[in-house]
Ligand binder design. Structure first.
Ligand SMILES: Cc1cc2nc3c(=O)[nH]c(=O)nc-3n(C[C@H](O)[C@H](O)[C@H](O)COP(=O)(O)OP(=O)(O)OC[C@H]3O[C@@H](n4cnc5c(N)ncnc54)[C@H](O)[C@@H]3O)c2cc1C
Ligand SMILES: *[C@@H]1O[C@H](CO)[C@@H](O)[C@H](O)[C@H]1NC(C)=O
Ligand SMILES: *[C@@H]1O[C@H](CO)[C@@H](O)[C@H](O)[C@H]1NC(C)=O
Ligand SMILES: *[C@@H]1O[C@H](CO)[C@@H](O)[C@H](O)[C@H]1NC(C)=O
Ligand SMILES: *[C@@H]1O[C@H](CO)[C@@H](O)[C@H](O)[C@H]1NC(C)=O
Ligand SMILES: *[C@@H]1O[C@H](CO)[C@@H](O)[C@H](O)[C@H]1NC(C)=O
Ligand SMILES: *[C@@H]1O[C@H](CO)[C@@H](O)[C@H](O)[C@H]1NC(C)=O
Length: 580
């Protein structure tokens, strides 16, 4: 790779000509900043916080969505509501998924300050140590290995702050304090009302060797069933990157600027930087656009943190991607990088529902709150499963799960309530993509998740659903579970084709897409960024968000995103000799 293209200028469209909360008007935007962070989401706000620790460094965050303020006051158990409020979502729809019988599915991404951390399920799950070690091996950078990331994972004053659960119940025996940070920025806590289904789950782990109790599934050794940890404060409120990393003591920094309701359309080559770079263009004559256009310059670096959909979308509209595919759309290629938007990896999930007796005399289960997660399980399918005769195991090692259980009591109010165990296939083999539908940057991209396309995923999902039934077959549940819900009741669990049909009909995305701007070793032609997260063959642009993860973590993605964003911030500071 010889050609180096340098980008330092961003083209921004104010979506509704309203310039949000923090930077008050277009006139307040300087023509240049040291760093411009594109996307005030989970990762972007970490980077903005860390870089602005040096008061001499000017940082601008540009976020397409609006303020998260209205989400802040929402308390348990309604914390999940934002996930269903389209006002805070990009409202994407996938292309038809062959593995799901041709269904197209809604695909939420945060469209608000805090990004997906403002609307997600708040599950805090790091994956296994082997996930990180595999990434280090794949990229050739030992800095991404589990042991070497420890300072970023848990050291005091870094990303994780352990919080007492809202009802202050004793938490001993529910997590391992030695694997957590105590004085970080984002709160992590155990569920309140800890008695909910406690007896049933604990008894199941005692009765069944298949479902061993794990004191802390975030220790690097994730296998087993443990108490769920969530990004919730001691006051029972969501802790997103907007409430934590942009909390009051940070947002008041005079060198940290946040611009809301403004969508970055493309990166412009540095040579296009005009003297008149504060000028505002009217773009209303361009189809699909709204509001004035603005161009702003990064003196040091542009940090793309627009997420696994947004980041490749911006790169492609900037002409960075597969040369031929861009030319076919009428976009002039500026840098041939065929990996952009490719290799999208997403976990399929099925919400399996059983009917429960809510009038049970058991005091533990009567009056359980709705929509409440209490435990999480990370399980393998047997190593001698027939699928491995023909398919190479995608799990990175023997201590990594292949399937996940997370459960939620959906409706305990009526006399027949329901309990669901959501089963995820954690390490799918199928790959999807983010591609462009048109040359208009305000058009949605085409999102193909490749869900359940490979036989490995249908095999593993069948085993996951069977494992969930075995879990509830434990005597611990006898007085509570009535039987499978309608969707499951007609399925013969021994019959693969019937389970396949059930899975195809009911699977949905876990909302954990990664790898669309994946890291790869230095000096290889595949992948999108180098291990230091700089876009290959391009100067002045780094990617810091879920899209750089070359392998999907065997868990959820929020914690890994916080972790990589912390290390990325240090890499950037090191590169620019920022020592504060
Ligand atoms: C509904 C939902 C539930 C989830 N539940 C969980 C969970 O319980 N646990 C878990 O670990 N993970 C969960 N996830 C996944 C997790 O939240 C994400 O993987 C993670 O937050 C992604 O972080 P990110 O920084 O890569 O992107 P995001 O946090 O999505 O940030 C990207 C930001 O960039 C902005 N942006 C995009 N394009 C542009 C542009 N052109 N110009 C300006 N701004 C732009 C977006 O508006 C957004 O604010 C969930 C995700 C969703 C959507
Ligand atoms: C999603 O839909 C809602 C409701 O229609 C809308 O308010 C919001 O702006 C949409 N989000 C995007 C990114 O278009
Ligand atoms: C996808 O990733 C694999 C490595 O995991 C790599 O070999 C391949 O080239 C990538 N595909 C593209 C189109 O970049
Ligand atoms: C896998 O091994 C277990 C225990 O040794 C055995 O009971 C089971 O039949 C084996 N399964 C297959 C598919 O070989
Ligand atoms: C892609 O473009 C076509 C033609 O304009 C349009 O019908 C379709 O809805 C677009 N797809 C998406 C996902 O926006
Ligand atoms: C599995 O179910 C399908 C569809 O109901 C049926 O046609 C098939 O005979 C069943 N297979 C076995 C082995 O029972
Ligand atoms: C990549 O290749 C260039 C040119 O061949 C070389 O100078 C550089 O040291 C290589 N980088 C790494 C990290 O191997």
């Amino acid at each position: 790779m010889t050609r180096i293209v340098s980008f330092s200028v961003l083209s921004v469209v104010f979506l509704d000509a309203v310039i949000g909360g923090f930077v008050d008007s277009a006139a307040d935007i300087a023509s240049a900043y040291d760093f411009i962070v594109v996307g005030g989401g989970t990762a972007g706000n970490v980077v903005a916080n860390r870089l602005s620790e040096d008061p001499l460094i000017q940082v601008l965050v540009i976020e397409a969505g609006g303020s998260n303020e209205r989400l802040n006051g929402i308390e348990m158990p309604f914390l999940l509501a934002p996930a269903f409020d389209t006002t805070y979502s990009w409202n994407f729809t996938t292309v038809p998924q062959p593995g799901l019988g041709g269904r197209s599915l809604p695909f939420a991404r945060g469209f608000v300050l805090g990004g997906s951390s403002s609307i997600n399920g708040m599950i805090y799950s790091r994956g296994s140590a082997e996930d990180y070690d595999a990434t280090a091996q794949l990229t050739g950078d030992e800095g991404w290995a589990w042991d070497n990331l420890q300072p970023y994972i848990r050291k005091a004053s870094l990303n994780e702050r352990w919080a007492e659960p809202v009802d202050n119940h004793p938490t001993s025996g529910q997590f391992n304090p030695t694997v957590h940070g105590l004085a970080g920025i984002t709160s992590v806590s155990l569920p309140p009302l800890a008695k909910a289904l406690d007896r049933q789950v604990t008894q199941t782990t005692e009765e069944s060797p298949e479902f061993q109790f794990n004191l802390d599934t975030n220790s690097g050794n994730q296998l087993g069933i443990g108490w769920l940890q969530s990004t919730i404060t001691s006051e029972g409120r969501r802790d997103s990157s907007a409430t934590s990393y942009l909390g009051p003591s940070f947002i008041s920094r005079p060198n940290l600027h946040i611009l809301l309701n403004s969508q970055v359309t493309r990166l412009l080559p540095a040579s296009d930087e005009s003297d008149d770079d504060t000028s505002i263009f009217d773009l209303t004559d361009t189809p699909g656009t709204a509001g004035p256009k603005h161009v702003v310059t990064a003196k040091k670096e542009i940090i793309l943190s627009a997420g696994s959909i947004g980041t490749p979308h911006i790169l492609l509209h900037s002409g960075i991607g597969d040369r031929d595919e861009l030319s076919n759309l009428g976009i002039s290629p500026t840098h041939h990088l065929p990996g952009v938007g490719k290799n999208l990896t997403e976990q399929p999930a099925v919400n399996n529902v059983w009917l429960v007796d809510s009038t049970s005399n058991d005091p533990d289960v009567s009056g359980l709150p709705a929509g409440f997660f209490t435990h999480i399980g990370f399980l393998r399918i047997p190593d001698n499963a027939s699928i491995f005769e023909t398919v190479e195991d995608p799990a990175p090692g023997p201590n990594t799960a292949r399937i996940e259980f997370n459960s939620v009591v959906v409706d305990p109010i009526s006399s027949v309530g329901s309990l669901s165990i959501t089963t995820n296939v954690l390490t799918p083999i199928s790959r999807g993509s983010v591609t462009l539908n048109s040359s208009d940057p305000l058009d949605d991209p085409l999102i193909d998740l490749g869900l359940l396309e490979h036989e490995f995923e249908s095999f593993t999902m069948r085993e996951a659903v069977r494992a969930a039934q075995r879990f509830l077959d434990s005597p611990a549940w006898d007085d509570y579970i009535i039987g499978p819900s309608e969707a499951l009741a007609s399925v013969d669990f021994k019959n693969d084709s019937q389970l396949n049909a059930y899975v195809r009909k009911n699977a949905a995305p876990a909302l954990h897409p990664v790898s669309t701007a994946a890291m790869s070793p230095y000096n290889v032609s595949w992948g999108v960024t180098d291990p230091d997260l700089k876009v290959k063959g391009v100067q002045g642009v780094r990617v810091v968000d879920a899209s750089v993860l070359p392998l999907i973590p065997s868990g959820h993605t929020q914690a890994p995103v916080y972790i990589i964003a912390e290390r990325a911030s240090d890499l950037i500071k090191l590169a620019w000799n920022i020592t504060v």
